[in-house]
Design a protein around this ligand. Structure first.
Ligand code: BEZ
Length: 272
């Protein structure tokens, strides 16, 4: 079995939850409504330049689609994710691959691997130094890192609108962002301090079309802002969503579809 060669250690999930970890993931909704997440990951796999037989970890693998695509190129792949429901789904979809529940801010692979890959996951891990140290400790010297996630300015219009909605409506809880969206300079420094040499870094706008027409923003918020909205009473959460829709419609809605203002940070690096 090709994928038995990459081991993962015991989950290092502890009892204390951070803001992003309030987030509940529903794999069936994620796979159906948010299929763009994996679809946009395909060019990143090309950057990884997988060599048959090498070992790779997908750091924040979600329901496993990209881990599977990497395995199809001949690598021995393991996937880690903080969400137990996502890992259950990944195991059910790809039973020959190895998936474990683990906190990417602390996880260390029992055997260092040749490459680490991560798509649309690192912005959920706000302890960036912890992530970088964990990834460095999990890679062989000379090992490759290929990551893409939300960079500085990512979903700026959406987060501004949510923050304003909390103030305008006077909701009962303070607004707390669960996300980390660094600049190239900030993230380059984090990686260098953990023992990486940064080979390339780009920050680019990637407006991202949502399914479900007029309900697209509502669906996006239900999936991805669950950690922000679920702490509110239902009527307050509903008012925030309606307020945000009204506020964002002129900028993000046209021709019957919502385009969320994604901005990606794509980095390749080598462990020294
Ligand atoms: C992102 O992929 O950039 C993203 C997705 C959900 C919430 C925040 C950011």
């Amino acid at each position: 079995m090709v994928n038995e060669r990459v081991g993962v250690n015991q989950p290092s999930v502890d009892g204390e939850k951070k803001a992003g970890q309030q987030q509940t993931w529903k794999p069936e909704v994620y796979d159906k409504e948010m299929a763009f997440v994996s679809a946009f990951g395909a060019p990143l796999i090309d950057l990884l330049q997988v060599k048959p037989g090498e070992t790779v970890i997908d750091w924040g693998c979600g329901s496993g689609d990209l881990a599977s695509a990497i395995a199809e190129k001949g690598a021995h792949v393991a996937g880690i994710d903080f969400s137990a429901s996502m890992i259950d789904s990944a195991r059910a979809k790809y039973p020959t691959l190895k998936f474990e529940v683990a906190d990417g801010q602390r996880f260390v692979a029992p055997e260092p691997v040749d490459a680490i890959f991560s798509n649309a996951a690192l912005h959920w891990m706000t302890d960036a130094a912890g992530v970088a140290a964990s990834m460095a400790a999990s890679l062989k010297p000379g090992g490759r890192l290929v990551v893409e996630f939300g960079g500085h300015g990512n979903i700026q219009a959406v987060t501004d609108a949510l923050r304003e909605a909390f103030d305008a409506i006077g909701v009962s809880q303070p607004y707390q962002s669960p996300w980390y969206f660094p600049t190239i300079g900030e993230y380059g420094m984090v990686l260098q301090q953990a023992g990486f040499e940064v080979n390339s870094a780009i920050l680019f706008d990637r407006p991202t079309k949502q399914a479900n027409g007029d309900n697209g923003l509502r669906g996006w918020l239900a999936t991805f802002a669950d950690g922000i909205l679920s702490v509110l009473p239902a009527e307050e959460a509903d008012a925030v969503v309606r307020w945000a829709e009204e506020r964002l419609r002129p900028a993000l809605y046209s021709n019957g579809e919502w385009n969320v203002d994604y901005r990606r940070l794509r980095v390749t690096a080598t462990r020294k």
